[in-house]
Write a protein that binds this ligand. Structure first.
Ligand code: AMP
Length: 194
């Protein structure tokens, strides 16, 4: 798969307790900038979102933010972004981030990050898009999600091929090679496995 020119990153509006996660966010921002890849994210100036965007800007990268009007104060709209889209709703935010991005990376986060990640996975499962999705498993932060997914497969609610909807990498330096190798998942029809 050709390398995307822009990548959407979902991540926490908090930093979390493990300092390794802020390091990973900063390394990811720098890596995107150094490879000429535009960062698309939620435009927040707090938590891992802030660390990620600032690192990309500091490294001379392009950063596009997408923020719903009603959150612009609460999430402290980040200054100095290359490009900013103010939208009306959370759904608009995800749609615009989706349209602007050729791939998705999920760093650790809270409910918002989980929701955005699961939605983009579900759209891929439904064949709405075929953009790669990578879970950046810094500090093992996505291990519980992987266990949840394997449990869904074991319980017969997910197809084994649903595990191909995403890649998991442990380190930032594995991200771009994983994207280069990414292949479309085999999406079964419901009758293939029910
Ligand atoms: P969190 O992981 O909860 O810290 O949230 C990370 C980001 O996800 C924040 O920018 C939230 O505003 C955003 N977010 C939370 N829920 C949604 C949603 N339903 N649609 C779009 N963005 C969301």
């Amino acid at each position: 798969m050709s390398r995307p020119q822009s990548i959407c990153v979902f991540c926490g509006s908090r930093r979390g307790t493990d300092p390794a996660l802020a390091h990973a966010a900063a390394e990811l921002g720098r890596t995107l900038a150094e490879n000429g890849i535009t960062l698309v994210y939620g435009a927040g100036g707090i938590g891992l979102m802030d660390v990620l965007a600032q690192a990309a800007l500091d490294a001379g990268g392009k950063v596009t933010g997408v923020m719903p009007r009603h959150l612009a104060r609460e999430e402290l709209l980040k200054d100095g972004l290359t490009d900013l889209h103010i939208v009306e709703t959370m759904h608009d935010r995800k749609r615009v981030m989706f349209e602007l991005s050729g791939a998705f990376v999920a760093l650790p986060g809270g409910i918002g990050t989980l929701e955005e990640t699961v939605e983009i996975l579900s759209w891929r499962q439904l064949g709405i898009h075929d953009k790669p999705i990578v879970l950046l498993n810094a500090g093992g932060a996505w291990d519980h999600f992987e266990a949840l997914m394997r449990g869904r497969v074991a319980a017969g609610f997910c197809a084994p091929s649903d595990l191909e909807l995403y890649e998991i990498v442990d380190r930032v330096d594995q991200l771009l090679p994983a994207l280069d190798m990414a292949r479309p998942p085999r999406i079964p029809s419901f009758t293939d496995w029910t």
